[in-house]
Design a protein around this ligand. Structure first.
Ligand SMILES: Cc1cc2nc3c(=O)[nH]c(=O)nc-3n(C[C@H](O)[C@H](O)[C@H](O)COP(=O)(O)OP(=O)(O)OC[C@H]3O[C@@H](n4cnc5c(N)ncnc54)[C@H](O)[C@@H]3O)c2cc1C
Length: 433
């Protein structure tokens, strides 16, 4: 084991103990670090962003319900009081397993005794021409801000030309999973608000929000009655839902489907799935696992590398049914906690234990008053009750007390009224993206 750090980390080493390098400060990486805070190890979290992003609420930033700072939290601040946890801002480009170092974008090397890959996933465009250039995914704070700028700019443009060309506006959301459903519902509410409260000159009947999916129903991981409920709610909000539709090309202002239809669009929102291909996960093994994920043992060790681990979306974590656990926040958090515990066990000379996932259910919200929550073996909770459960859970897991408080106040306020969300285009008119 390499016991010396090659980093230029500032300050004295807290203790001459093994160095754990965690790449990624998302849901999984933060839990590894939390589990190791105060233990006899030195921990360095490396992330290309200096903040943790609460991805499940990005759609609310994109649709001007929340500010970016309300869903992000500085990683340094999370561990400000933990003497043995440090943060390094940077992008890990490569892992040299033989020398036990990670190499950053600026060629800095950080030596490790234990390595944890917690780099998450990214949007999957499935090689569809034009999709990665012209569709807007929702995977980072920058994506959310870009999408918000695009949505609000499209509405401003419609108002600007209202006298000369009463244009229609089409917004297409690709993917009927939780992100697509949540974004469609929120977009419908945003547009109604902007017309009603902000005096936007746009005939609401000329705006189309179209949610397309290849599958025959929405929210496929949920029971059918939850899918039916989500469909009914979205249609009630004016969203057109089209099943069995596959996208073959995305252009700058248009989308083309396999049946030959070409539709002019103001924006294409890409919520069609995730992949780890192209992320650091595909660099750590010659033979990547499904979806580009790192193959790990039941105890989450990278195969043949007992001191290297992978958690969360970056890892293909085997489940007892012979498949893999889904790329969801609870899996990331629980796998992170598990790895922290196994690193401590290894330090005590004990063998690692297999990971056991405790499924607490899944949920998705549809607009401001409705949600579906499916418990593991229990019922599906719908409507306002589901929505309250959704609110409570997201507030609970949001990082930072200030963020929890601000989001709670904003949600409460906007439940009763929607007077002044952060509907700001933070870009010049010429470069509205
Ligand atoms: C829009 C959206 C909505 C979602 N909604 C839900 C939901 O409602 N419920 C649910 O359970 N799950 C949801 N998910 C999934 C959930 O967010 C993920 O499963 C979870 O974030 C995975 O955690 P992670 O730690 O593996 O990765 P992430 O949270 O993605 O964190 C990865 C971190 O690694 C960093 N990183 C990546 N590569 C590098 C590198 N090379 N060098 C340095 N840093 C790097 C990134 O900056 C990031 O901070 C949603 C995901 C998205 C995108």
């Amino acid at each position: 084991m390499a016991m010396t750090s090659m980093t230029a980390l500032t300050g004295p080493d807290p203790a001459p103990s093994p160095h754990v390098v965690i790449v990624g400060g998302g849901f999984g990486g933060l839990e590894v670090a939390r589990g190791l805070a105060g233990q006899r190890v030195r921990v360095t979290i490396v992330d290309r962003h200096n903040f943790h992003t609460f991805l499940p609420l990005l759609y609310q930033v994109a649709t001007a319900m929340l500010e970016p700072a309300e869903v992000a939290y500085p990683i340094r601040t999370v561990f400000g009081k933990a003497d043995n946890v440090r943060f390094r801002h940077g992008q890990v480009r490569h892992v040299d397993h033989e020398r036990q170092v990670v190499v950053l974008g600026d060629d800095t090397e950080i030596a490790y005794d234990h390595l944890v890959i917690a780099t998450g996933a990214t949007a999957a465009f499935f090689g569809i021409p034009g999709a990665s250039q012209h569709a807007i995914p929702l995977y980072s704070l920058a994506d959310a801000r870009r999408l918000r700028n695009r949505l609000l700019s499209s509405l401003e443009h419609a108002d600007a030309v209202a006298d000369t060309a009463p244009l229609g506006l089409n917004f297409v959301i690709v993917g009927g999973g939780p992100t697509g459903v949540e974004t469609s519902g929120a977009l419908s509410e945003l547009i109604k608000t902007v017309i009603k409260r902000d005096g936007l000159r746009l005939d609401p009947t000329r705006v189309r929000i179209i949610l397309v999916d290849m599958a025959p129903r929405l929210l496929t991981p949920f029971p059918e009655k939850a899918s039916a409920y989500a469909l009914k709610e979205l249609e009630r909000m004016g969203v057109e839902v089209e099943f069995g539709r596959s996208v073959v090309e995305v252009e700058e202002h248009a989308i083309r489907f396999a049946d030959g239809e070409r539709l002019r669009v103001a924006a294409v929102i890409w919520a069609a799935g995730v992949t780890a291909t192209g992320t650091l996960a595909t660099d750590v093994q010659a033979d990547a696992g499904p979806g580009g994920r790192v193959r790990v043992s039941p105890s989450l060790q990278i195969l043949d590398r007992p001191h290297e681990w992978a958690v969360g979306d970056a890892a293909a974590i085997p489940n007892p049914d012979g498949g893999y656990y889904p790329q969801l926040a609870p899996v990331a958090m629980q796998s992170g906690r598990h790895v922290a515990a196994q690193i401590v066990r290894q330090g005590e000379g004990k063998p690692p234990l297999p990971f056991k996932f405790h499924n607490k259910g899944i949920m998705a919200t549809i607009g401001r008053h409705a949600a579906v929550a499916t418990l593991p073996k229990g019922p599906t909770v719908k409507g306002t009750l589901g929505w309250i459960a959704w609110l409570g859970l997201h507030l609970w897991y949001l990082v930072g007390f200030r963020n929890k408080l601000r989001v709670m106040i904003n949600w409460t306020w906007r439940y009763f009224d929607w007077p002044s969300g952060p509907r700001l285009i933070v870009a010049d008119a010429e470069t509205a993206d």
